[in-house]
Write a protein that binds this ligand. Structure first.
Ligand code: FES
Length: 94
């Protein structure tokens, strides 16, 4: 009987595709989520990779508002500068 090699399927990783979800719940709205969304949409026009942007209800990180999710990682205390640095780090801006 031939042995079977069990292989886990390798997840398809696309390094140029990024998803950013901005919380637009009440605390984050009061802490500047609208400016983050505005900046994201502006940068999206000039992005060099595949950037998906969306909004969400409360992420339950209100104590760290404004919060957002970057490629599945929740990030708190976001600022416009930190957002720009993240986009640069991901290679989405020149
Ligand atoms: S309102 Fe944004 S985490 Fe709760």
């Amino acid at each position: 009987m031939a042995s079977l090699a069990l292989h886990q399927p390798t997840p398809h990783i696309c390094r140029n595709r990024h998803v950013m979800v901005v919380c637009t719940g009440e605390s984050c709205k009061n802490a500047g989520a609208a400016e983050l969304l505005h900046d994201l949409k502006h940068h999206h026009e000039h992005a060099t990779g595949d950037l998906r942007i969306s909004e969400s209800k409360c992420l339950h990180r209100c104590q760290a508002a404004p919060a957002m999710v970057e490629d599945g990682r929740v990030m708190g205390w976001m600022s416009r500068m930190r957002l720009k640095l993240e986009l640069l780090r991901l290679g989405l801006l020149n």
